[in-house]
Design a protein around this ligand. Structure first.
Ligand SMILES: [Zn+2]
Length: 464
């Protein structure tokens, strides 16, 4: 008889310091897809759902997929949004007898009524499904894994890459363990060792620094017969919660003391390397000064602004770096993306080439008041962005604009600051190919988004 498996995806990385609550609309903005719609949209992408379906096909499961929902990193998830997404998953478990539950979660969700969104979801599921049904979950590598999550989920598998490129693979891994569990070959449970720090000091990057060796060691431990998954979570420090921070998880059986010892050794390594910073951070003035003396014939200069990285739940509309670059009169530069729907609307009322005074960004910090002109339009993410390999989300209207530097050399000195409010990547790549540019984006994300172009075609030598 076919095994019947319930699946769902419900993800959010919550920055509790953000003033913008994550409500239903925030999920709709990224994706909120029910059942077959989710499978049609995400079933062949690099997603957890695709990995679940791979395993389902392999073992001839009957999969009931309830929903897939995620919002961009942001403030606490409202109770209304949380219930809206949790209720159908819990209700499905109540209506049908399932052999197993497989969930794609993030692991750093905080709601406006509790610190542990995933733990709350699992608790509600256990209340209906009971203790005997196996629950397997996948997590982002930036999860803040709670004791409650480990107690309520039998199987936990986190990504092993950052920038994240192994979503589907991670889901397959979790599905394989669940299959063996359901066939009574194994009895997995998950232990957790936490580190008394906010986050892995390099953001848990796995492409450089000490995480490379840790992941290698984790994979090696996974070769043991009694070990099914080793997960090293870097934590997510923008969450002001009790159980914030890096964790090492082992889903295994047998000699749990040996597992605990190994997990402790990895956790100790994270702690001991807490001063070993791979990334050097410059302040805004220092970065602008380097840009001002940069010679474009050497190739593009890239400045990545960690502080305003929307991928960490910040607003994506800070203007301090842009202001510093304008003040120091850096020329021949591209800046983006900058999220500012109002300015997009405002510029839509004007013809390309019109010089329009605008208030740029700065929802929290002071906005930048400049005259801008609209150059070109666009929408959404480029289609081959490898971090998500999705095509439909994030299609907001956007403009590539040119900001007036002020003073005497206004427009006759050529283009200066281009900012595409919702997504500058496509436009910026074009710009980067032809001249020295300044791209404002998290460095690790740039490496994943433009793996070779920036380094080879453009010959970038400097990355701040
Ligand atoms: Zn992450």
């Amino acid at each position: 008889m076919k095994l019947r498996i319930l699946t769902a995806e419900f993800m959010h990385e919550t920055n509790t310091f953000s003033r913008i609550a994550t409500d239903r609309q925030a999920f709709r903005n990224r994706y909120y897809l029910l059942g077959a719609e989710a499978i049609a949209e995400r079933g062949e992408q690099n997603t957890e759902l695709a990995g679940f379906l791979d395993i389902g096909r392999k073992y001839d499961w009957q999969i009931d997929h309830v929903l897939s929902a995620a919002a961009g990193p942001g403030g606490k998830v409202t109770s209304a949004a949380f219930d809206w997404l949790t209720d159908p998953i819990v209700a499905a478990v109540g209506e049908q007898q399932y052999d197993g539950i497989l969930l794609g979660l993030h692991g750093a969700m905080v709601t406006d009524f509790c610190e542990d969104g995933e733990g709350e979801l699992l608790q509600r599921l256990r209340a209906v499904a009971g203790d005997s049904i196996p629950i397997a979950i996948t997590l982002d590598l930036h999860a803040n894994v709670s004791r409650k999550m480990c107690a309520l989920a039998d199987i936990i598998v986190s990504y092993k890459t950052y920038p994240h490129i192994d979503m589907r693979e991670t889901a397959r891994h979790a599905g394989e363990i669940l299959q063996r569990n359901l066939r009574k070959e194994i009895s997995p449970r998950t232990i957790r060792i936490g580190c008394p720090m906010l986050e892995e000091i390099n953001g848990a990057r796995t492409d450089s620094g000490p995480m490379i060796e840790r992941i290698r060691a984790a994979r090696q431990w996974e070769q043991r017969e009694d070990t099914f998954a080793v997960s090293i979570n870097g934590g997510f420090a923008s969450a002001d919660i009790t159980e914030v921070g890096p964790t090492v998880l082992i889903t295994g059986e047998g000699d749990m003391e040996a597992h605990r010892e190994f997990a402790s050794s990895l956790a100790a390594d994270i702690w001991q390397h807490r001063q070993n910073v791979v990334n050097d951070y410059l302040d805004v003035a220092a970065a602008a000064a380097i840009a001002a003396t940069f010679t474009s014939s050497e190739g593009p200069l890239i400045i990545a602004d960690y502080a305003d990285n929307p991928g960490a739940g910040s607003y994506g509309d800070a203007t301090n770096l842009l202001r510093a670059l304008l003040d120091i009169r850096v020329s021949n530069a591209c800046f983006g993306p900058l999220v500012d729907g109002d300015t997009v609307q405002q510029l839509s009322q004007h013809e390309p080439g019109d010089l329009v005074p605008v208030k740029l960004g700065g929802e929290v910090d002071p906005p930048l008041r400049r005259s801008c002109t609209r150059i070109a339009g666009g929408t959404g993410f480029p289609e081959r962005w490898p971090l998500c390999r999705r095509r439909s989300h994030g299609r907001w209207p956007a403009w590539l604009i040119r900001a007036d530097r002020g003073g005497e050399d206004r427009w006759n000195r050529g283009s200066d600051y281009n900012s595409c409010p919702a997504d500058a990547r496509s436009a910026a790549v074009q710009e980067l190919r032809h001249r020295a540019d300044i791209k404002k984006r998290d460095r690790a994300q740039i490496n994943a988004a433009f793996p070779s172009r920036l380094r080879t075609d453009c010959g970038a030598r400097h990355c701040l």
